[in-house]
Structures are given as structure tokens and as C-alpha cells.
Design a protein around this ligand. Structure first.
Ligand code: ZN
Length: 274
């Protein structure tokens, strides 16, 4: 399979870059639902050719090293728990607000995966029963309201039925445009981020009750716009969750940026070869 060859080439480049050191294992983070026990891909929504593929086995043959494969959002949660914002915190949730909404859950210091690899898929928690359709097959998933993609769609929808927004004049909108407009007090941009925070808060309030985490780490591109939505998220958690877990949980920004996933799978590879 071509993707295996491409990853093999990248691994070779990494190997050449570090020179003559002994390598025991490679860690790979991928946007797939996987069976951690066998290293097979259960489902790859963005790469359907990988569905059912024995990915780890193929990569091990290609690279000639033991391979640890992990879901990308779980990897980010493991990275933040090892060296980042949730370091030394036993129970935390890592939410990635990017193209979609990803999630990783650490309970008792360990990642929660589930037998089908879907544990932590918090982007598909329903926050609007008859809401926007989601590629996962459901409707109204928080991913459809609190991702960078969603904030653009929402801003577009609101600006089409209102007047006086600087966003109406832009043919191609990005989440960054909306953030800049919010800084200039544009009402459509402010309302779009309010909805982002509101829906994220609804999803997190349920998780705060169910998992009783000490920390929620917010990462991904949209975390840069944190100041525009986080109060609305916090407000929903306070209003909807039980008092004790709502008071306990802290919302913080991720520390490791795009490196979180890389460090997370490196951690898995270190642990596996110790
Ligand atoms: Zn969904």
C-alpha cells in the first residue's frame, strides 16, 4: 500500500537525520480508530482504504522496527500528560479543536481506548438532537459546532441573515478572519465564538459529570482564539454539571502545540521498549 511506503520513506529520512543511534521502536499517530491490542485499523473516516488494514504489521515490515500505532487525539493527550499541561494529573481530558473536534481521555494516568478504539471520541457527542449532519452518521455532534471548520460555517450562516458585519464582505472566510473580526468587536464573529464555547461547554459538562476530571486541556488551532469562547464553555459547565466536579475541573490551554501527538507516541514507544 502506497501510504505504508510513504511512511517508510519518512522513517528513513528521520533515521538519516539522527545519525548512528540505536533505534528500538517507532511511534506513529494517525487519525484512525484502532484496535490497540492487534494494531489493526477498525475505521479510518478520512482514509477509508485503511479500514480493516493490519497497519502496524505492514509498517513493521516496511520500517524494520517495532511500531506503536496510536490514534492522533489519544497521542496528543498522552503527550500533554507526559510533558505538557496535564503533567502529573491523574484524570484529564484533552480536546483538540481543529478541522474536527478530537479527544483523548486519561484516567488514573492511563489512556482510555475501549475495545473498538472509540473511547475519547468526544467530538461526536450530540449537543443538538436535530442539528447539522455529521460525517460520522449522526446529527448535531459538537464537532459540527465547536471546530475551526464549524466556526466558519456558523459565521457564514449568521452573516447571511444579518447586516453590518465585516465578514459579509469576505468571499473566503477562515477561522483566523473570524478571530480578527471578533477582536474588532464584530457582532457576527462574537456570536460565532459564543456558540462555539456554548456547545463545547454542553459536551464538556456531561463529561465532567461522568468522568470527574481534574483538568480539561484545550488544544488545536482554535485554542488560539481561547479568549473569545472559553468563558461561555466554563459557564455551561457551571450551569449544567454537578457542583463538586464543576468546581474541581480546570480548563487550561495545551502546552505542546503540534508536538503533543509526536511526543505522545514517542512516549508509547519508550514504554514499550523499556
Ligand atoms: Zn459526529
Amino acid at each position: 500500500m502506497q501510504i505504508v511506503k510513504a511512511i517508510g520513506k519518512l522513517a528513513e529520512d528521520c533515521r538519516n537525520a539522527v545519525g548512528s543511534v540505536d533505534l528500538d521502536a517507532a511511534g506513529i499517530a494517525a487519525p484512525v480508530l484502532m484496535d490497540a491490542a492487534t494494531g489493526s485499523v477498525n475505521r479510518a473516516p478520512n482514509l477509508p482504504a485503511l479500514d480493516g488494514f493490519r497497519f502496524t504489521e505492514a509498517l513493521e515490515k516496511e520500517i524494520g522496527l517495532r511500531v506503536l500505532l496510536e490514534n492522533d487525539a489519544n497521542s496528543a493527550a498522552i503527550g500533554e500528560h507526559w510533558l505538557g499541561a496535564s503533567r502529573e494529573i491523574a484524570n484529564s481530558i484533552c480536546v483538540t479543536l481543529g478541522t474536527g473536534v478530537g479527544g483523548g481521555i486519561i484516567l488514573g494516568g492511563k489512556p482510555l481506548r475501549g475495545p473498538d478504539g472509540t473511547a475519547g471520541e468526544l467530538g461526536h457527542i450530540c449537543v443538538e438532537p436535530n442539528g447539522h449532519p455529521c460525517p460520522c452518521g449522526s446529527w448535531g455532534c459538537v464537532e459540527q459546532y465547536s471546530s475551526a471548520t464549524a466556526v466558519v460555517r456558523i459565521a457564514r450562516e449568521i452573516s447571511e441573515r444579518s447586516q453590518g458585519s465585516i465578514l459579509s464582505e469576505k468571499p473566503l472566510l477562515t477561522a483566523f478572519d473570524i478571530y480578527e473580526a471578533a477582536l474588532r468587536s464584530d457582532p457576527v464573529a462574537i456570536e460565532s465564538f459564543r456558540l462555539t464555547g456554548y456547545y463545547l461547554g454542553i459536551a464538556l459538562a456531561g463529561l465532567v459529570n461522568v468522568l470527574n476530571p481534574e483538568l480539561v486541556v484545550i488544544s488545536g488551532g482554535l485554542a488560539s482564539a481561547w479568549d473569545m469562547f472559553i468563558e461561555h464553555t466554563r459557564d455551561q459547565i457551571t450551569k449544567r454539571a454537578f457542583r463538586e466536579p464543576a468546581l474541581r475541573v480546570k480548563l487550561v490551554r495545551a502546552k505542546l502545540g503540534d508536538d503533543a501527538g509526536i511526543l505522545g507516541v514517542a512516549r508509547l514507544a519508550f514504554l514499550a521498549t523499556q
